[in-house]
Every structure is written in structure tokens, then in C-alpha cells.
Design a protein around this ligand. Structure first.
Ligand code: SAH
Ligand code: SF4
Length: 348
């Protein structure tokens, strides 16, 4: 996947290593990289002019060559349940959606990692858009900044469950996670940073080898190959057998428990046969199953399963010793729930 360049994203195209290399190229001492990162990611600077501990000549050079773009808030919607959805527009005009979800002592930010997505999942509004472009590390962090500023609180958790497939934009997503985790950035614990993927297997392997304890969620949605191919055509080459092996290997290597996302769709993946396959797939594996009632997306013809059916799934999984929960979708009245995010600003 092509990286988002500094022509599009300015200084926000760089990850930490990139900023270190840039400072070196500019003949600056190493501590300048740390100062610059603190200004952009810990303090949320809007302009190089604010960075008073950097030499004026360096600020001028950076401003001329690597502009510090700050995205615009194109729209802000507040849900009855307190979650807020933002339409965020970057300097090149591309926009994405971001959701802030407050709960007891937490503030979770659901970020987009790409504008659009080309994986084509049948149940997902983003999938209908196709891919517009991948986001740069700083553009992913910008979304967290917007939520932090709007709530006046430090976000405690970030999940990549907005638009896009994070593992089709691996390097930028890792760069963003590192700024979010860094004490010079947002200082959010690695375990509170969750990547959700549709299952790009080579990247699951790469992710397992990263030194930080980031959290992994995998969109499963069916443990029957034929059904999964139909629902998630973009990952049909990464078969369930291979997915099973990759997730088991991830658990063995990291000793961390990944979760499987399973959106229950009436008559599609909620039959007895599907339940049996799901139990078979998960048993004896270090994992947690998150059952999500499908959010309706117009034009898909897909309907959520009943609450009773979700509870039957949860009971059956629990009975065989599989960790399971039923997730309540937040923000569905503002189309801010999973799979309902798309480019159009008008929310129906
Ligand atoms: N591309 C990544 C992350 C973004 S989608 C992925 O697929 O995992 C975030 C989550 O929302 C995924 O688990 C996805 O499967 C789920 N999702 C998509 N459309 C949905 C819908 N209509 N209802 C419920 N969940 C949905
Ligand atoms: Fe892309 Fe995830 Fe939507 Fe599938 S569910 S189309 S991978 S954003």
C-alpha cells in the first residue's frame, strides 16, 4: 500500500523514526525530534509559531517544506447516548468519520485508518465506498486530538473501528499507535490501543512480533467458509483454516487474548450450523467473542438477528468455556455505529 506522502499530509506523514531522520537530515541535534513530537502530539500545536523552544530558522524551514496541517471539523453530531460523531476534513479535501464514546471512567475514540475501504464486506457502509486513500500517522492521531478537545478530556482508549482496513495501511497505523502510546505523545497504554482487522494474515503475524502490547480484534462474522466468502469477499484468500492458525500463533507468541467480532445477521450467520462452526472454531483457542447486533445499512438487504438469538449464541459459547460478550452498539441514531460510517456528511 502506498504511503500517504508529505505533499498530502505535510509533517503528519512522518512517524517517529521519520521525524528523527528528518531532524538529522536538517543537521539538528537528536532532542529536536522529541521536542517536535511533543508539540504536535502531546500539545496539539496548530502552528510552528507556537514551538518557541525550536530555533526560528528551523521553524521557518519546516513550515515551508512540511506544513503543519490541522484538519477541519466539518460536522459534529451528538447521539442520545452521549457519543459524538465527527466528520473530519483533511487539507486535501478528503474526509473521514470519527466517533467519541464516553462511558463511566472511559473515553474511547473510534478512528478511521483509511478514507473508504476496498475490502468490500457486504454488511458495511464503508465497504460500499471503495478506497479513497490511506491516512498518514498524524491524520489518524488528529482524530484523537479532535475528540480530546471536544470532550475536554484525555481519551483512555482508541480502537481502529472507523473507516478502513488498518492492516492495508500497516506502517501508518503502527506509526499512529506509537504516537498515541508515547509519553511524548498521547500517553495511552498499549493495551488500550486496539486494532480491528478483517484478517490480513501476514500483517497479523507482523503485529504479533511488535514489541508493544497492543490489542488485536479480528472481524470473523462466520466460521463457515462459504458464508464468510459471501460476507467478506476481500479476505476469501485468507481461509478460515489459515486464520485459525494465525490467531492461535498470535496467542501463543504474545500471550494476549485477541477478540473475534461477530455481527449477527438474521438467516445468514445465526443458524444452528453457523453456531456449531463458531464453537468449533473458537474452542481451545485463547480468544474472546464479541457478538454485535448488526447495524442496518441501507441497500444491503441484511437484517440484525433478534436479541434472543444473540443470547442463545452467547449461552452456547459460554457453555463450552469460550469467553463471550454481547456488545451494545453506541451512536446508532447518528449513524456512528460500526459499519455505518461513510463519506457523506448528511446523516439519515
Ligand atoms: N476494517 C476493520 C475495521 C473497521 S470496521 C475490520 O473490518 O475489522 C469495524 C468493525 O465494524 C468490524 O468488526 C466490522 O466487521 C464491523 N462492522 C462493519 N459493518 C457492520 C455493521 N453493519 N454492523 C455491525 N458491525 C459492523
Ligand atoms: Fe472494510 Fe472493515 Fe468495512 Fe470490511 S468491515 S469493508 S474491512 S471497513
Amino acid at each position: 500500500m502506498e504511503r500517504t506522502t508529505s505533499e498530502i499530509a505535510g509533517i503528519k506523514a512522518f512517524d517517529e523514526q521519520g521525524i528523527i531522520a528528518l531532524m538529522k537530515d536538517l543537521g539538528q541535534p537528536a532532542f529536536r525530534a522529541k521536542q517536535l513530537i511533543q508539540w504536535i502530539y502531546a500539545k496539539g500545536a496548530h502552528s510552528y509559531d507556537e514551538m518557541t523552544n525550536l530555533p526560528a530558522a528551523l521553524r521557518d524551514e519546516l513550515a515551508a517544506r512540511y506544513p503543519l496541517f490541522v484538519p477541519e471539523l466539518e460536522e459534529r453530531l451528538v447521539s442520545k447516548d452521549g457519543s459524538r460523531k465527527y466528520l473530519v476534513r483533511f487539507a486535501d479535501g478528503t474526509s473521514v468519520e470519527t466517533v467519541g464514546i464516553p462511558s463511566n471512567h472511559r473515553l474511547t475514540v473510534c478512528v478511521s485508518t483509511q478514507a473508504g475501504c476496498n475490502m468490500g464486506c457486504a454488511f458495511c457502509a464503508t465497504g460500499k465506498l471503495g478506497l479513497i486513500r490511506s491516512l498518514a500517522p498524524g491524520e489518524i492521531c488528529d482524530q484523537v486530538r479532535i475528540v480530546a478537545d471536544d470532550f475536554g478530556e484525555r481519551p483512555t482508549n482508541v480502537v481502529t473501528m472507523g473507516q478502513g482496513e488498518p492492516f492495508m495501511n500497516y506502517d501508518s497505523v503502527l506509526g499512529a499507535l506509537r504516537f498515541l502510546n508515547s509519553p511524548d505523545g498521547f500517553n495511552i497504554g498499549a493495551r488500550h490501543l486496539t486494532v480491528s482487522t478483517c484478517g490480513i494474515l501476514p500483517m497479523i503475524r507482523r503485529f504479533a512480533a511488535e514489541p508493544e502490547q497492543f490489542t488485536l480484534a479480528i472481524s470473523l462474522h462466520s466460521a463457515v467458509q462459504k458464508t464468510r466468502n459471501r460476507l467478506m469477499p476481500g479476505v476469501r484468500n485468507y481461509t478460515l483454516d489459515r486464520l485459525h492458525d494465525s490467531v492461535a500463533a498470535y496467542g501463543e507468541k504474545t500471550r494476549r487474548r485477541p477478540s473475534f467480532e461477530y455481527a449477527l445477521i438474521a438467516g445468514q450467520n445465526d443458524t444452528d450450523e453457523e453456531l456449531e462452526a463458531l464453537v468449533e472454531f473458537c474452542k481451545n483457542m485463547l480468544c474472546h467473542v464479541n457478538l454485535i447486533p448488526l447495524n442496518t445499512v441501507s441497500g444491503t438487504g441484511l437484517k440484525p438477528s433478534t436479541r434472543e438469538r444473540a443470547e442463545e449464541f452467547a449461552t452456547a459459547l459460554g457453555r463450552t468455556g469460550i469467553e463471550v460478550s454481547i456488545r451494545n452498539s453506541r451512536g446508532s441514531d447518528i449513524c456512528g455505529a460500526c459499519g455505518q460510517l461513510k463519506q457523506a456528511s448528511a446523516s439519515k
